[in-house]
Design a binder for this molecule. Structure first.
Ligand SMILES: [Zn+2]
Length: 229
């Protein structure tokens, strides 16, 4: 049996129509990243930040998982606990395709975090009108997403999985954002084979044993077929 860790990034969701903030103009839906994705931005103007993520959350209703998400769900049905998906994405497309073993290292749009008590709650509606925390009642909810300068979630579980995996596959990531950009070297150091599937060679391509270029919607189903053959 092969233990597999898959890292997914913006590229896999982009093929479903989810806009990324690493577009050529450096803007995310017309906003500079530092105006909507830092703790300082939230302290300065919480309403702008809340409205931005409310719009991203609402936009999830208009997108669907693509063949790459479905292929990873199919892989989980075969490998079970031997597959772990680590995603940098804050959308729920992996879950909607049927994946259950998913770690959202950068948080989730469909979650709110209380700044008073720290509780994370499933959240499907807006936050701009200051709703109260279901746990403690404080009107102190923020988007449960990891902003620049904050520590990603689940790093212990991720590095444990990298340590024991036989195969590490990176899908649709730029290879530019740490700590995720360092996962390939960690996995290799622990003895895993490493494969990159990306639209173009990434900044981290040279660290992989093998790099394939093309749309995730084509490359991922083909790779899953290969692995399960
Ligand atoms: Zn609370």
């Amino acid at each position: 049996m092969t233990k597999v860790v898959v890292l997914t990034g913006a590229g896999i969701s982009a093929e479903s129509g989810v806009p990324t903030f690493r577009d050529a103009d450096g803007l995310w839906e017309g906003h500079a990243v530092e105006d909507v994705a830092t703790p300082q931005a939230f302290d300065r103007d919480p309403l702008v930040v809340q409205r931005f993520y409310d719009a991203r959350r609402a936009a999830l209703l208009g997108v669907e998982p693509n063949p790459a998400h479905h292929a990873l769900a199919r892989l989980e049905r075969s490998l079970g606990d031997d597959l772990l998906v680590v995603t940098q994405n804050i959308d729920d497309l992996h879950e909607r395709a049927g994946s259950t073993r998913v770690l959202h290292m950068h948080g989730e749009l469909l979650s709110a975090q209380c700044r008073a008590c720290g509780t994370r709650s499933r959240w499907e509606v807006g936050l701009h009108d200051d709703p109260v925390c279901p746990h403690c009642g404080a009107a102190a909810l923020r988007p449960d997403v990891v902003w620049f300068g904050e520590v990603p979630y689940e790093m212990d579980r991720i590095f444990d999985a990298l340590e024991s995996c036989d195969l590490f596959v990176s899908i649709g990531t730029s290879g530019a954002v740490y700590p995720a950009a360092g996962f390939v070297r960690a996995a290799r150091a622990y003895g895993a084979r490493t494969l990159e599937l990306n639209l173009q060679p990434s900044e981290g391509s040279l660290f992989f044993h093998e790099s394939r270029q093309g749309p995730a919607g084509l490359l991922v189903p083909a790779w899953v077929d290969e692995l399960l053959a």
